[in-house]
Write a protein that binds this ligand. Structure first.
Ligand code: F6P
Length: 328
């Protein structure tokens, strides 16, 4: 290890995601492994401003690998967007003797980290934690896999009642401006159609497709709608439009909401978070900064935080093709 960093700080910021605790555990224990001090900062950047921190050792993170949420708590901190807020945060870092930061969060959190780094020259490494999987530079973000499993579990249950009542369900899933959750769960749960922000399907095509399904003998259907879908209508308006134009359908809407962010992380997310936590601390100790840990082709990589923020995590077009073929 090439630096003389003696103490690092770690925080979780933005929307929480299952696996954040596993990442925290890995960061704290990797620091301990390399005889570096570690301080947990509560409520994201807010904890830096309020000086709400806790010295952590390998035992502070016992029994959290299986826990959803984040024991450090999370926040979207408006004060950190101001220069004054960041100055207070830096003064607190100095008081605590924290010389580098690991930020577990999404692109908003990384933007804050980059600005902070450029103003106060404190080394930062990002770990992508968000259910949306919308970060450039990694095939998977922490929490995405668990959220997918939560969603298909919910849609499987909705399917039971849809079949019993011969109903058409519109299920809205999270993802902010990205359709990764919708597209993957649409295929995984066998949905009739998937509406995602990346492809403007158009309501007429949706009507045509639903007419075809009805003619082909399907008595119930599921349509997965990404919350950021670009039809210009929300899920309730889409459902109303379909009901008006295809009155033979008995339509219902289900918005899955924040339950998608909770629950015990999947094994995939636990392993991913553990690898990323180890890699992030070792990158800092190797003198890296302004980088994000990611996974590509199953391997850990580093890429500039700036790219992670500005780049777009593209949808896999093959998934669209597969979904189209299988809804025949
Ligand atoms: O970024 C994660 C996410 O859960 C998005 O999918 C969603 O749009 C947003 O956060 C919801 O944020 P909040 O917790 O502020 O309601």
């Amino acid at each position: 290890m090439s630096t003389s960093i003696k103490k690092i700080g770690v925080l979780t910021s933005g929307g929480d995601a299952p696996g954040m605790n596993a990442a925290l555990r890995a960061v704290v224990r990797t620091a301990a492994y390399h005889n570096v001090g570690c301080v947990g900062i509560y409520q994201g950047y807010q904890g830096l401003i309020d000086n709400k921190v806790k010295v952590m050792n390998a035992r502070s993170v016992n029994n959290i690998i299986n826990k959803g949420g984040t024991i450090l708590k999370s926040a979207r901190c408006l004060e950190f967007r101001t220069k004054e807020g960041r100055k207070i945060a830096f003064e607190n870092l100095q008081k605590q003797g924290i010389e580098a930061l690991v930020i577990i969060g999404g692109d908003g959190s990384f933007t804050g980290a980059l600005i902070f780094q450029s103003e106060f020259n404190i080394p930062v490494i990002g770990i992508p934690g968000t259910i949306d999987n919308d970060i450039f530079g990694t095939s998977h973000t922490i929490g995405f896999d668990t959220a997918l499993n939560t969603v298909i579990d919910a849609i499987d249950k909705i399917r039971d009642t849809a079949i019993s009542h011969n109903r058409l369900f519109f299920v809205e899933v999270m993802g902010r401006d990205a359709g990764h959750i919708a597209l993957n769960t649409g295929i995984g749960a066998g949905a009739e159609e998937v509406l995602i922000p990346e492809e403007d399907m158009g309501l007429d095509r949706l009507l045509e497709s639903l007419k075809r399904s009805e003619k082909s003998g399907k008595s119930s259907s599921i349509v997965v709608v990404a919350e950021g879908d670009k039809t210009g209508k929300n899920v309730f308006e889409i459902a109303e439009y379909v009901e008006k134009n295809l009155p033979y359908y008995d339509v219902r809407v289900s918005v899955l909401g924040h339950m998608q962010r909770g629950g015990s992380p999947s094994c995939f997310d636990r392993v991913l978070a553990s690898r990323m936590g180890v890699y992030a601390v070792e990158a800092l100790l190797d003198g890296q900064s302004n980088m994000m840990v990611g996974m590509q082709g199953g391997e850990m990589i580093l890429s500039p935080l700036e790219k992670a923020i500005k780049g777009k995590s593209e949808i896999n077009k093959d998934l669209i093709r597969v979904s189209d073929i299988l809804t025949i």
